[in-house]
Design a protein around this ligand. Sequence first.
Ligand SMILES: Cc1ncc(COP(=O)(O)O)c(C=O)c1O
Length: 405
Amino acid sequence: MDGERLLSRNARAMRSSLIRQLTGLVNRPDVISFAAGSPNAGTFPHEQLRQIHNDLVDRERGGVFQYSVTRGNARLIAAVRDRDRRLKGVRLGSASTLVVSGSQQGLDLVARVLLDPGDAVFVETPSFIGAMASFENVGAKLFEVRCDRQGMDPAHLGARVAEARSLGHPSKLAYVIPNFQNPAGSLWSRQRRREVCAAANQAGLLVLEDDAYGELYFDGVDSADLAPLKAMPDSSHVLYLSTFSKILAPGLRVAWVHGPEPVLRRMEYCKEAADLCTSTLGQRLVLEFLRRGWMPAQVGRVRSFYSAKSKVLKAALGEHFGRLARWRVARGGLFQWLDLPEGVDALALLHASLEADKVAFIPGAPFFAGKPRSNSLRLSFSNVEDENIAAGLSRLSRRVRRALA
Ligand SMILES: Cc1ncc(COP(=O)(O)O)c(C=O)c1O
C-alpha cells in the first residue's frame, strides 16, 4: 500500500518548495552555484567545538546524551536573554523564552499555536519561503504587503488587514525579517521599524520578527541601525526569533524565541509532541561556547568572512551587470537580490544557464506570496569561491543578454 489515499487533507495540499526541488540540480560539483543558501562550513569553529565536546563527554559521561527539558536548558536561556539585552537592546519585559530546534521549528510552532485555517498572515514582498510553508501547512492565507527601500509599508499593512477582514480572514500575524532579509537582503530603516511595530499593534496583530541575520553585518554598518522591533518601547506584541545557525553552525539546531508566556507555553506543549526537546548536546555545546567567551571573536570572524565575499560580489556585479539589472547592494546576511529587465524569465534563464554555462541561482518567483516577479532572482554568495564569483556572473550576464536579444 502506498498510503496516498490515507493522507490527511492537510498533507495532500503540501508541496515541496521549488528551492528543494532545485537543490539536487544546482549543487553539482561542476556548477558555480549561487543557489545554496547555507552558511559556509569554513566559518564553523570545528576545533573549538571538538574541544568542548570532548571536555563535556569526559566530565559528564552519558549525561550530555540524555533527554532534557522541553523549554530548553535554563542556563542557556539565561545566557541568550542576557546577550540579546546587551547586544541588541531587546526589551524582554514580561516575555519568556523557549529554545527551539532551529528557528525553522520556531516558525512551525508559531504557525501551529496561532493559526487556524483561513487566518490571515501578512508577509513582506518577497518573503522567506520556509516561513510561508509553515503558515500554509496549517491552512493560513498569506497576504503580501508592499515593501520599498525603507522596509514594509505600514499604510499598506493597514490596508491589507482591512481587506483580509472584509474577505472574512481573521488577522493574526505579521511576519517580518527587518535585518538582511532572505531572499531580498534588505535592511529596514529605523523609522519603518517603529511604524510597522505601531501599525501592527494598532491592528491587533502579533508580529513574528525573524532575526536570523542581524549579527551578520558588513563593514560600514552601524549596529544601532539593526536594533530589532523587539527593542522598541511598546513591543510586547512582538515574538522575537533568532538562531545560532548563521553565527555558529546550523547543524547544532539551536535557536530561541522570546514572547508572551501564554503563546510560548502552547508552543512548548506543541514542541513536546514534535521532538520532546532540542538536542541536549547541541544546547550544551552552544552554552559552553558562550561561557568560555568565544562568541565575540567567532561572530567577528564570520562577519569578516562574508563582508570580504560581499565586496568581491559587489565589484563583479558592477562589472558584469552594469546596465543589465537593478539591485541594492546587501549590507549584511547571505543574499543578494537582482531584478532583471522585464520579460526575462528567471526560471527559463536558470535552465539555460545550468545547461550551457554551469551557473546556478534561485529564481525569485517562489518567494512571492502573491503575484511573482518572474524577472527577479536570488544570488547567495556564501559558498562561492572568490575567484568563481566574477567568472559565474560574467557567464550569467552573457546569458541574460542572449535572453534579451
Ligand atoms: C529568514 C530565515 N529564518 C529562519 C531560517 C531557519 O534557520 P534555522 O532553522 O537553521 O535556525 C532561515 C534559514 O535559512 C532563514 O533564512
